[in-house]
Design a binder for this molecule. Sequence first.
Ligand SMILES: O=C(O)CCC(=O)C(=O)O
Ligand SMILES: [Fe+2]
Length: 345
Amino acid sequence: MGDIDPSFIREPECRPQHTLNEEGIPVIDLSGMSDPSAIGEIVKAIGNACKEWGFFQVINHGTEESHAKVDAVSRKFFNLNKDEKNKVRRDIVQVMGYYDSEHTQNSKDWKESYEFVVEEPTLMPLSIDLNDNQIYEWNNKWPQNPPEFREVCKEYAKVMETLAFKLLEYIFMSLGLPPKRFHEFFKGHQSSFVKINYYPPCPSPDLVLGCGPHKDTGALVILPQDDVGGLEVRRQSDGEWVKVKPIPGAYVVNVGDVVQVWSNDAYQSVEHRVVVNSKKERLSTPFSLQVPHFTVVEPLEEFTNAENPPKYKPYNWGKFLAKKKFANFQKIEGESIQIKHFKIY
Ligand SMILES: O=C(O)CCC(=O)C(=O)O
Ligand SMILES: [Fe+2]
C-alpha cells in the first residue's frame, strides 16, 4: 500500500481494475458547423453517439485558444501553496471556489477543484426543503493570484456557453425537435458552471479514484482535458469501463440527467469516473450547461403519449442541485439524490 490517507482508499470492488482500451467513442468533426449542408451529417453522428454511448468527442470546435489560456492559468493557480488557494476556499454558504476533498460515493476523490458559476450571481434555493421558497445568491470567489485568472475564466465560460448551446441544438435536432425548442428553458438565470479539476500524481493510483463514478446532473457537459488520460465511461451495452482516449484539441461531450428526463430516456446520462496515475498531473475544465433554479424538469410532451407515458415525475432543478451540493460537504448515509428517485417505471 502506498502512503496515502485511508479516506481516499476505495472499497476493493470500486478500485480501477479491468478497464478496456476500446476506442469506440465517436469523434465528430464540427468544422462544417457554418455550412448548412453539413449540419445534417453532424446531427446524425451526434444522435448515434448519444444513443450508443451518451458520450462523444468533438474536434474543430473553434475554441482552442480560449481553452489553452484557461488551462495555463489553472496550472498556475493549482501550483500555488495551500494557504494561497485556501483564500478562495468554498464553504457551505458560498459553495463556489477552491476545494480538495470532494466525496463521490463517500470516499475522497484524489483531486483539487476550483468551481465558478457563469452568471454572477446565480440564484439558488436557500434550503432543500420543498416548502421553503427563500432564495440566495451563489457568488464566485475569484483569486487575486494569478492576476489574469478571473478574466481568462470568464472569457472561457462565455465561449463554452455558446458552443454548449450549439451542441444542445444539434442534440435536439437529432431527437427530431426544432433546434430552438429548449431555449425556453434557459430564459432567466441559468445555473451553468465551470469546474476546473486538477489531479495530482498519486503514489497508489490502483487504490483511489480521481473522481468516483457518477452521472452529470445538468443538461450537457463539455469536457476539455489535457493529453494525460484517465477519464473512463461505463459502456451501456455491457457495463464495462472504457478509457476515453485524449485527442489533442478535442473535447469530450456528454448528455446529462436533464436531457435524459426531457427525452423520456431516449438518451441516457452515462456513468463515468476518473483514474489517476503515479507520474503525471492531469487537468480538465468541464463546462456544465444548466437550467435556471426554478425550472421544473420533466419529460417533454413530444416524447410522451398514451402508449408512452412519462417515465419521471417532475422535479425542481434548484432543489435537486441544492441537495446534491449539500451532500458534497459531508459523508452521508446512503446514496445522494439522483434522477432515479423520480422514476415512475
Ligand atoms: O476530469 C474529468 O475528465 C471528468 C470530471 C468529471 O466527470 C466531472 O467533473 O464531473
Ligand atoms: Fe462528470
